[in-house]
Structures are given as C-alpha cells and as structure tokens.
Design a protein around this ligand. Structure first.
Ligand code: FAD
Length: 458
C-alpha cells in the first residue's frame, strides 16, 4: 500500500533549464507538467552557455537579468528556481535523495558536453529530451530520406508541411519549493543597453515588430541606418521567446505582405543552421565544404586587431565594429560586410572572426554564427560563392547613403561631405585614418587564391 507521503513524492519531475528562459509556450515545461504534479526547476551555471561574466560580459548581463526575471516568475507560482554551480549529475543525485523523481525534462541540444551529460544522466534518471525548435531535424528530409543541404528546398518543404505549428499555451504552472541553497552568481552591471532582458520584453518586442515593421521588412531590412528588424536575436538565443509561437502567429499573416514571408525565411535560416549542426556536427569545427578544410588563410595579428577595434580605414567597417563593441549587436548587413572584409580583404581565417563575434555578441549563437561566417567566407553549406566579395564602398553607399549610420558610430566624420565619408581617401585633406589595404588589390588576390586552390583540390 502506498501512503500519502509516497504519493506526493512520486509526482515530481526536474525541469533542467538551459536555453529556454521562459515559462510560456515552453514545450519542455509543458511536457514535464503533463506528466508530473510538480516541477523542480534547475539552472546549472555552465560557461558553455555564456554564463561566464569573463567570456562575454554583455551577453552574461543579458542572461543574468533574464534568469532573475524567470526566478521571480517561478516564485509567483510558489516555486523555487535552483541556481547552482554544481554539475547536473551531483545536483540531480542529491535531489533524488530528497524526492522521488519521475523524470528529468530538458530541451535537446547539440553541444558535446550536453550529449555527454545526457548519456551519464540516463544511468540514474529517466531523461526526456524535448525539441523546442520549429524543425524536427530527424523527420524533415529530402525525397531520398537525406538531410537537405540547400536552404530554399529545406524551407519550401517545411512550409508545405507546416501551415501551423503547435506550441504550449495556457499552461497552469505548478512548482515545488526545495530547501537547496542557491549559489551566488557574479552580479553584472546593466551592460545590455537597449536589450532589456526577459520574457515580457521579448513578447512586447515581437508584438511591436508584428504590428509596425513586419509588413515593410522586405523593403527596409538591409538599410543599416534604419531600425527595421526585430532585434529578437538575443531573446531567441536564450529562449526568452518561443520560435514556435513566432512562426504560428506570423504564418497567419503570410498572404498580407512579402515582408512576412521574408521574415519567416530569416527565422528559418536560424532553424537551417541548427538543422545542419545536428546532421553534420563536424561543420561546427570545420568548413562544411570539406575541400576548404586546408584553405591557406593568412595570419596577421596587426590586421586582426585593427579589424576588431574598428580601425581599418574603411568607415563602414569601422562603424559596424564599433557598434558591435559598444552594443553587443550588429545589423545582419553589417555582419556580412565585416565578415567578407576579414576573410576576403584581409585573408584571415573565418574562425578568428567567429571567435571575436562570440566574445562580443549579445546574441552569439554557435550554429548561426558559424553558419554566417562560413556562408560569407564561401566555405559553408549553401554558401555565397567564393567570388562574391562585398565591396565595402558600394555597400556603404547603397545601405547607408547619407552616412547616418556611419556618423553615429564615428561622430568625428559628422561634418564631412558624404562622398568623402564613404571614401575618405578621395579627400585632399586627411580626414580619416589610412586604409589598411586597397579593396581592389585584395579582391584580385582572393580570387586568385581561391582559383588556384580550387584547381588543385577539385
Ligand atoms: C557573420 C555572421 C554572423 C552571425 N552570427 C549570429 C549569431 O551569433 N547569432 C544570431 O542569432 N545570428 C547571427 N547571424 C545572423 C543575423 O545577422 C542575426 O540573426 C540578425 O542580424 C539578428 O537581428 P534581428 O533579430 O533584428 O534579425 P531579424 O532580421 O529580425 O530576423 C529575425 C530572426 O531570424 C534569425 N535570423 C535572421 N537572419 C539570420 C541569418 N542570416 N542566419 C541565421 N538566423 C537569422 C535570427 O534569429 C533573428 O533574430 C550572423 C550573421 C552573419 C552574416
């Protein structure tokens, strides 16, 4: 016979929170709640999740205050979020000595450490891995049952099959309160700037974007001086908003504007890179296109530092890099221009840029960042061809014609005629630092390098 005490004990599950810092529309939490009476939420401070203040202080601050908001939300439902420096095995084992735990629920992930943790956890607890992404990588396959390698085909098949998409809604939250002492995380300064962390803000931003910007997104999205994109990337990175909810709400607006379609495609690019990293885990460390794994990138610490600090002599590059350093965010067009410049004008390995971005970006995300860098360098999945080399001056004139964006980040150029801001070397007076390289000369060298490499490696 089971006594009352045991009955209660039998109904607990652990929700291991990782990149899903939200209560609402969270499949992992929803599934845990469906199968258990009460939930014990745990967050493990693991520097692989950018939870180390020393690795990326802005991203850490964004994460930290987002976690604190989640902690408060859990407390409103009479629960306690366990925040610990301990590892997942020790803490789970300890909880198992106090409560009879049914299962541990966690959002699935691709990281090596996570995969190892799960293997070990399965020795002492039932683990339920939940897919909180839009795409189920194991079932979205081409006609030969193989993973897609071309974005347009991947997106077409997904959209054909998913006219709507499930997401957890109207959940009644029931949390358990444990006596476990929390560890104190370093308290950061509010260095997240305009990116107020948390689930509430993420939802407000999404609703605002949907109401005011999505319908003209296809027209405005590339202009560096406009505030025309959603700026949801940090929220998506830490799971402060559900991508399924986003998709479900936007798909209903699909026929109203090309802007909606374009924005959904961008959301699907994020999914595509996650999908690729699941099917081709090697592409996280090496070039997706195997032939480029031996490409002779050059080492030049002077060039690299000047690029990082925004001192290349090309105002458009320098403005983007200063924006990154100051805010932790950069416009997608900017990311492509500076990534092209590093790899195809300065000949530096894309990994150096990828690494710098991860240290600076508030939205730094392994799959999207590596995807974006390999795409621009021309070595990734469905990448830009090697001969697509962004001309920084043309990009500057086209996407920041009045130099509003440039002068925001390089205010010293404010009173200079616009044509010289795009090309300061044309001015008779010295108005800006010398350019590190000449784009035309670099472009020719890159084309030559790739051509001769390809000839020897086809
Ligand atoms: C070299 C390089 C590095 C990048 N590194 C990252 C990164 O670390 N983290 C990151 O989230 N994005 C990265 N991106 C993609 C993209 O630049 C950002 O997602 C976007 O600028 C974020 O701004 P937003 O939220 O206003 O985007 P919106 O234009 O509003 O797009 C909505 C969402 O779609 C997704 N998205 C948009 N464009 C892309 C794209 N090209 N690839 C993948 N997802 C996309 C993002 O989640 C974004 O929040 C990178 C792109 C490049 C070229």
């Amino acid at each position: 016979m089971v006594n009352d005490h045991q009955k209660i004990k039998n109904k607990f599950s652990i929700w291991w929170i990782r990149k899903d810092l939200r209560l609402n529309c969270n499949f992992t939490l929803e599934k845990a709640l469906q199968n258990s009476e009460k939930i014990i939420p745990i967050f493990i401070c693991d520097n692989k999740l950018n939870t180390d203040i020393n690795i990326n202080s802005k991203s850490y601050a964004f994460f930290y205050y987002g976690l604190k908001e989640l902690e408060k939300s859990i407390e409103k439902y009479s629960g306690k979020l366990i925040i610990t420096n301990s590892d997942i095995h020790s803490i789970t084992k300890y909880i198992q000595t106090k409560f009879e735990i049914k299962s541990l629920y966690v959002q699935n992930d691709i990281e090596d450490n996570f995969i190892n943790d799960i293997k070990q956890l399965k020795n002492h607890i039932n683990v339920e891995l939940v897919n909180n992404n839009l795409v189920d990588a194991q079932t979205l396959l081409n006609n030969s049952n193989k993973p897609f390698k071309v974005f347009s085909r991947f997106a077409k098949k997904f959209k054909e099959n998913y006219k709507s998409c499930d997401f957890a809604e109207n959940t009644v939250f029931k949390f358990a309160k444990t006596e476990i002492q929390n560890d104190n995380l370093p308290i950061p300064k509010n260095t997240f700037g305009e990116f107020t962390p948390g689930e509430n803000e993420a939802n407000k931003r999404f609703q605002n974007f949907k109401k005011n910007k999505i319908f003209t997104y296809h027209l405005d999205r590339d202009y560096l001086y406009k505030d025309s994109t959603s700026k949801l990337s940090p929220y998506l990175k830490y799971g402060m908003i559900s991508v399924r909810k986003i998709y479900s709400e936007c798909i209903k607006l699909m026929n109203q504007s090309k802007g909606v379609e374009k924005w959904i495609d961008e959301i699907l690019w994020r999914e595509f890179y996650i999908y690729i990293s699941i099917h081709f885990p090697d592409s996280i460390k090496y070039e997706f296109q195997e032939k480029y794994r031996k490409f002779p990138w050059e080492k030049n610490s002077n060039y690299l530092t000047k690029w990082q600090e925004g001192e290349t002599g090309y105002p458009i590059i320098d403005a983007c890099m200063k924006q990154l350093k100051e805010t932790g965010w950069m416009h997608n067009r900017g990311r492509m221009i500076v990534a092209s410049f590093l790899t195809k004008d300065l000949f530096i390995d894309w990994r150096e840029g990828e690494n710098w971005f991860m240290k600076q970006l508030i939205d730094g995300d392994t799959a999207s960042n590596i995807g974006g860098w390999q795409w621009t360098a021309g070595v990734g999945v469905d990448a830009a061809p090697y001969f697509r080399i962004f001309n920084p001056v043309l990009q500057s004139k086209k996407y920041d014609p009045k130099a509003k964006f440039i002068t925001k980040w390089l205010p010293k150029l404010k009173n200079i005629p616009v044509k010289y801001i795009h090309e300061p070397w044309l001015s008779e007076n010295k108005i800006y630092i010398d350019k590190l390289i000449d784009h035309q000369i670099s472009k020719n060298k890159t084309l030559q390098n790739f051509k001769s490499f390809n000839n020897h490696n086809e």
